[in-house]
Design a protein around this ligand. Structure first.
Ligand code: G4P
Length: 326
């Protein structure tokens, strides 16, 4: 699957973040609790150059609570990092965020040394929703203040606590193929950028092993968990298509329609609370993705040396993965 998802203006966002980070005490990185690893921008570590980080696992109402607990423990064990789960039902999340930031940067505070926090996350992770809740009545958007660029805004959460908001930022290339599928399934990637059937296929491969009971119950598959886990994805997609009435002429399952229904059901919580990756799984994917990337770079370098290919373009797409190769 190829995902073209890095629009030109992202370079501007990246520059703005790099500039702002110089006068920042804590970075709040918003992640999607259903795919914390995949929704983390790999550029952030480089851009924030070791600043203390608060990982907010947002949309936890959609995620598997047991896996959210695993991710929180995973992040909380990292140096200069705290993590907390959040969702839009929290009507007053400011206190938890402020407290966590002061834990990370205890020497800040007061009018002379106010806490300066940068909040970032990929598009659709729920940043605007959270910021609107945080703004409430008291905090004001002060985008026209000196030093606040047009690509960001400053929100005062308290007299000595400033939150700098940046536009959602993507990264140029997805090196972990599983992340591409998970981002697409979650709705972080625009519809035109991926193939529904491929995404549904990968989603089914995960659901049948990790959540077979939920899958069987939602689509009345009439199979045991073991039987669901052992069933080929084609059969499962066909069963879902039949159950949901996604049929073409002659009674054949319309797989495109069935795939769309499955993805929509997943996003709307109709299957259940699901998290697409654990820290251990993501770590293994990341290692494999980085190794494949290094090989690819070495191969390209070799071809370039021999004059077989021209220098690389700046923007490129996610790696392609064929069903058969899974
Ligand atoms: P962004 O600024 O990071 O791009 O995201 P935004 O706040 O616009 O939120 C994206 C979508 O996610 C919105 O749905 C919003 O309601 C939903 N959302 C935000 N926080 C939560 C949460 O904690 N839990 C759940 N379940 N949903 C949340 P939307 O307006 O319906 O847009 P869309 O889903 O049609 O894109």
């Amino acid at each position: 699957m190829s995902i073209q998802w890095f629009p030109g203006h992202m370079h501007l966002t990246r520059k703005a973040i790099a500039e702002r980070v110089k006068a920042i005490d804590v970075v709040i990185e918003m992640l999607d609790a259903r795919l914390p690893g995949s929704s983390a921008n790999p550029l952030m570590a480089e851009l924030t150059s070791g600043r203390p980080t608060l990982k907010v696992l947002n949309k936890q109402d959609l995620a598997d609570p047991e896996r959210t607990a695993l991710w929180l423990a995973h992040y909380n064990a990292q140096p200069r990092t705290r993590a907390l789960g959040l969702d839009a039902s929290h009507t007053a999340p400011a206190r938890a965020l402020i407290d966590a930031c002061f834990e990370l940067a205890p020497l800040r505070g007061g009018m002379v040394k106010p806490m300066r926090v940068l909040i970032c996350g990929i598009p659709n992770v729920g940043k605007s929703t959270l910021i609107n809740t945080l703004k409430g009545k008291r905090a004001a958007k002060t985008g026209d203040e000196a030093g606040v660029t047009r690509t960001e805004s400053r929100i005062a959460l308290a007299d000595d606590f400033y939150l700098y908001d940046t536009p959602g930022m993507l990264w140029p290339r997805i090196v972990v193929p599983e992340s591409g599928f998970n981002l697409a399934a979650s709705g972080a990637v625009g519809r035109n950028a991926y193939d529904d059937e491929e995404v549904a296929w990968e989603l089914l491969a995960k659901l049948k092993t990790d959540y077979p009971t939920l899958l069987a119950a939602r689509y009345q598959l009439g199979l045991s968990s073991e039987a669901v886990a052992a069933a080929p994805e084609e059969d499962l997609l066909d069963a879902i298509g039949r159950q949901r009435g996604a049929l073409a002429a002659g009674g054949k399952v319309n797989r495109q329609k069935a795939a769309e229904l499955l993805i929509a059901d997943f996003r709307a919580l109709h299957i259940g609370r699901i998290t697409l990756e654990t820290p251990t799984q993501f770590d293994a994917w990341l290692r494999a993705g980085l190794a494949a990337d290094r090989e690819r770079d070495a191969r390209k370098h070799g071809l370039r040396e021999k004059g077989h290919i021209k220098p690389a373009k700046k923007t490129s797409a996610a790696p392609t993965r064929k069903r058969a190769a899974r």
